[in-house]
Design a protein around this ligand. Structure first.
Ligand code: BTN
Length: 343
């Protein structure tokens, strides 16, 4: 298991956890001002030494708290840093995000999610990292993002879902991410089947859903890579024409914590529908948010190319396409790469 000081949320908060929250509240009352140790200690009903220890613990979690011998403590509001406790703050979810892990550098957050699953992490556990050294995408591709510029996250889901509905997790996750971005920012995200979140013709996020059959049932790692503040020139040259970031599209600076919260919130909401078996509602929202439905597409499967027009999506089987030859065929998301065609 990951060290407890990198975690937030989960069941009843420990008294130390509650004391840390109380200290943050006290420090936030005087933003950018000093709070004397004695005053903070009185507020918390603790000794000054205990307050200092709590501040040290918060620093380990990623907070910047200055400690001046004479003036006391001062919280410097963290700008571009992911902190588990900050993501958890104001989050109002039932399952998703009830445990949050933030790490600095990992090979892949999906790997961490699988390790945590094996160690008994609860349904809805979310893993974030500032950087991945071996991020992976669909169909064996790699996923690269400059450090600190993206949301790199994986959510462990353990739904009560039969295997034939497994691809619903990808559909549900894409709906959740697109809906979260739509609500949070002045942009019009659309879902390019099966797993890309597009703004116009450029990709801003990709979703990689991996599944495993475990003795206790199926588990899924929903890996989301979302370009948040990447400047156009920071993308590798071959990606520049086809990739974008939220900040570039919205024209404002975007805080990763806010977007992380919005995604966890929406995942929780759609996951609830999924667990209630309300698949039709998920499919309907997918249709409304889709940029693929009705489009002419090129599909590449095992090196073979197919062209046609997308008629609909089947939650069990995949994309339903009327091929130019006249036949209607279904393409499963695990085997196919899709490109939109003009017309
Ligand atoms: C794709 O578009 O092919 C899917 C990309 C998914 C990337 C994310 S980043 C977080 C998580 N960890 C990974 O290694 N991959 C996913």
């Amino acid at each position: 298991m990951i060290k407890a000081d990198r975690l937030a949320g989960g069941g009843a908060a420990s008294s130390e956890d509650a004391a840390k929250d109380a200290l943050l509240t006290a420090l936030r009352e005087n933003p950018s001002e000093w709070t004397s140790l004695e005053r903070a200690a009185r507020r918390l009903g603790a000794t000054p030494a205990a307050v200092r220890a709590l501040a040290a613990g918060l620093r380990d979690e990623g907070y910047q708290i200055e400690d001046d011998h004479e003036k006391g403590l001062r919280l410097v509001v963290p700008r571009n840093r992911l902190i588990a406790r900050e993501i958890r703050r104001h989050l109002n979810t039932r399952v998703v995000g009830r445990r949050i892990i933030v790490l600095d550098s990992v090979a892949s957050t999906n790997d961490v999610a699988w390790r945590e699953t094996a160690a008994g992490a609860p349904d809805g556990t979310a893993v974030f990292a500032e950087e991945q050294t071996a991020g992976r995408g669909r169909m064996g591709r790699t996923w690269v993002a400059p450090r600190g510029s993206a949301l790199l996250m994986s959510v462990i889901l353990r739904p009560d879902l039969d295997a034939q509905h497994g691809s619903l997790i990808t559909v549900m996750s894409a709906v959740a991410v697109a809906q979260a971005l739509l609500d949070a920012l002045p942009i019009q995200p659309r879902i390019r089947w099966p797993n890309d979140i597009m703004i116009g013709e450029r990709k801003t996020a990709g979703i990689l859903v991996e599944s495993r059959n475990l003795p206790a049932g199926s588990a899924y790692a929903v890996g989301i890579g979302l370009n948040v503040s990447t400047a156009p020139d920071d993308f590798p040259p071959d990606l520049r024409p086809i990739a974008t970031s939220l900040a570039a599209e919205a024209g404002v600076s975007v805080e990763r914590t806010v977007i992380a919260q919005a995604i966890l919130q929406e995942l929780d909401r759609w996951y609830r529908d999924l667990n209630f078996g309300d698949y039709a509602r998920i499919a309907q929202r997918w249709r409304e948010l889709s940029s693929t439905l009705g489009n002419r597409v090129l599909l590449i499967e095992n090196g073979e190319e197919w062209q046609g027009r997308v008629l609909d999506i089947s939650l069990e089987e995949g994309l339903i396409v009327r091929l130019d030859e006249g036949l209607t065929r279904i393409f499963h998301p695990s085997t196919v790469t899709l490109r939109h065609l003009p017309g």
